[in-house]
Design a protein around this ligand. Structure first.
Ligand code: SF4
Ligand code: SF4
Length: 352
């Protein structure tokens, strides 16, 4: 029997491609994590270090990135301690502004994990169950409160001197190593919190993304400001409600002329589900500037690739901390000087 293999047409359905891209970024993240683990292991020993540190690991340092952003804005200096964290933050902000909250549903591994947990939710409850609005709305504000807390502490409380002091602290210089140790040597409390978040995400779909993720809050604001929106042609809509049923963010697409929600993460499942051609579409205005689904997928990947390639070309991708210095930090990582922001220099070492 001849097996016919056919890829889905990206002009009609984009979900398989979205999944492919999500898995691609997940595998990239795992590869980066594995390489960094090897690097830390080798640098912490006394033998040769044969693995180079992957700069992409700085994607997990959002606070350091926000501090670097303000420092860059005030001084014009792109700090060299964790430059990739700032590059990645700028790429994510650009995605938010131009391509809505697509980072969450196309790139973020936690977004992918949450989607699988949401499938378990539907399997258990047989259909999506959403929290009542009087609980949902206050909970949604939590992520904005968290974002507000960080934004206030950094943008209102820290002057140039304290920003520079933080950037050069031993704590910040090894923030990547400490983040790795936080997960690879997770305490019982950390494991309990992670397990609780997984459980909550099964009970309530996208619990972390919808209620707690400060990155999601930041992207929600930018996405709301983004000129790109999902529009519905009221004339051709047949009120089948298929768009409502597939929307993971519980947005009432079928009764919206334009989707303005900060919760829309541009997964395009509603556009894929709509049975009437050109009734739901991504565009800048209701009529003009329509963006095909395949173009959106290509744009999100290209923006990421172009941003990181440009950063390499400009020399702001790799950090300035030598392997020697990393070795010193890792071998002394239990020294209290690395515990939190104290504005101190590492023991027996000079800033490189
Ligand atoms: S409105 Fe459409 S694109 Fe936005 S989250 Fe819902 S299904 Fe995804
Ligand atoms: S899926 Fe399309 S046709 Fe059906 S309600 Fe939504 S916009 Fe209208």
């Amino acid at each position: 029997m001849k097996i016919k293999f056919q890829l889905p047409d990206p002009r009609k359905k984009i979900q398989s491609y979205r999944r492919f891209i999500q898995w691609g970024f997940l595998l990239l993240t795992l590869w980066i994590g594995f390489r960094f683990l090897l690097f830390v292991h080798q640098a912490g020993g006394s033998g040769a270090v044969t693995v180079t540190r992957p700069p992409g690991v700085e994607a997990f340092l959002p606070i350091s990135a926000l501090i670097s952003l303000k420092y860059w804005a005030l001084t014009g200096i792109f700090n060299t301690i964790h430059p990739a964290s700032l590059v990645l933050l700028l790429i994510i902000l650009a995605i938010g502004l131009f391509l809505k909250k697509g980072f969450c549903s196309w790139i973020c591994p936690i977004g992918l994990f949450s989607e699988y947990l949401a499938k378990i939710h539907v399997w258990i409850f047989e259909r999506p169950r959403n929290l009542p609005r009087f609980i949902d709305y206050p909970l949604r504000s939590l992520k904005y409160l968290l974002l507000g807390f960080f934004a206030y502490a950094i943008f209102f409380e820290m002057d140039t001197a304290s920003l520079a002091a933080f950037i050069n602290t031993p704590y910040n210089r090894v923030a990547d190593v400490k983040m790795l140790l936080f997960f690879s040597h997770a305490s019982a409390l950390t494991l309990k919190v992670l397990a609780a978040l997984v459980l909550l995400s099964v009970l309530v779909r996208f619990f972390w993304c919808r209620y707690l993720c400060p990155y999601g809050a930041l992207l929600g604001i930018l996405s709301w400001l983004s000129p790109l929106k999902i529009h519905r042609n009221e004339k051709s809509c047949i009120d089948c409600n298929k768009c409502n049923k597939v929307c993971p963010a519980n947005i009432k697409v079928a009764t919206s002329k334009t989707v303005w929600s900060d919760e829309c993460h541009a997964c395009l499942q509603c556009v894929d589900a709509c049975p009437v051609k050109d009734t739901l579409h991504l565009s800048v205005t209701t009529r003009k500037g329509r963006m095909p689904r395949w173009m959106y997928a290509a744009a999100i990947v290209l923006l990421f690739l172009l941003g990181t390639t440009l950063a390499r070309a400009l020399g702001v991708w790799h950090n300035s901390i030598s392997t020697q210095e990393y070795r010193h930090h890792i071998q002394n990582i239990n020294d209290p000087v690395y515990n939190h922001f104290r504005g101190q220099q590492p023991p027996n070492t000079q800033n490189n």
